[in-house]
Design a protein around this ligand. Structure first.
Ligand code: URA
Length: 232
């Protein structure tokens, strides 16, 4: 990405950028570098990978301090990057609809992403989504772990393959082979399902409906698991 395409952001929201060359990650060609030894205290200070550089701001998870259900997406999109909140754009709209249908209240769930900065590439004036590299997902697992430790969910819904790999901490786990089947990651039950953006991009109405039904079913299942495992 060139400086020309960097997203301007309110100065109050982000720390000063190091000058060019002061931070090896920000140099051309350094965009995929990770620094897993860094242990930042806040997301604003995070330089564990280079994605912070072209994002407006980090997007932390949002929801109750404690929640039985955690929803994990891939990374913030264009609108989330600007708003600083997860799932507020078109994918969020579809997720909201599916939650209503599954009888799960969004206010009761903690919603987050595997990667906390928007990774994008320019196309004209638009910022297009770019899938994060596995090493960026692993670098950002530092933050997902913190969210899991403080929210202490009983069940996590993995929205798409990136979220599933992040939650299972395995690069080889396949979404399609495990779709809708609860998996264990230690004490946490993980329900893998389609990402809302995948559903929005479905090539035809029949596949869209099929994928949407799978998402609703996964959310409903997460609701049942959360209820079943709650204290009597
Ligand atoms: N897609 C995601 O994975 N997360 C968001 O927050 C928005 C879109």
């Amino acid at each position: 990405m060139t400086a020309r395409h960097r997203n301007p952001s309110p100065a109050s929201r982000r720390p000063a950028r190091p000058t060019a060359g002061a931070d090896a990650q920000t140099e051309p060609g350094g965009e995929d570098r990770v620094q897993p030894d860094q242990r930042p205290a806040t997301l604003d200070e995070c330089r564990r990978c280079a994605l912070w550089h072209d994002a407006t701001q980090p997007v932390p998870g949002r929801g109750p301090r404690r929640a039985a259900i955690l929803l994990v997406g891939e990374q913030p999109g264009d609108q989330e990057d600007k708003a600083g909140e997860p799932f507020v754009g078109p994918a969020g709209g579809l997720l909201d609809r599916a939650l209503v249908e599954a009888d799960v209240r969004r206010d009761d769930v903690f919603v987050t992403n595997a990667v906390k900065h928007f990774k994008w590439f320019p196309r004209g004036k638009r910022r297009m989504h770019k899938t994060p590299a596995q090493r960026e997902v692993m670098a950002c697992h530092y933050w997902l772990e913190k969210e899991l430790a403080s929210v202490r969910p009983r069940v996590a819904v993995a929205l798409g393959a990136t979220a599933l790999r992040a939650l299972m901490q395995r690069a080889d786990v396949r979404l399609t082979a495990n779709l809708g089947q609860p998996m264990q990651a230690g004490d946490l039950t993980v329900v893998p399902t389609y990402h809302p953006s995948f559903i929005l991009r479905a090539p035809d109405e029949a596949s869209r409906q099929m994928a949407y039904a799978a998402l609703v079913q996964a959310l409903r299942l997460a609701g049942r698991i959360a209820e079943k495992t709650s204290a009597p």
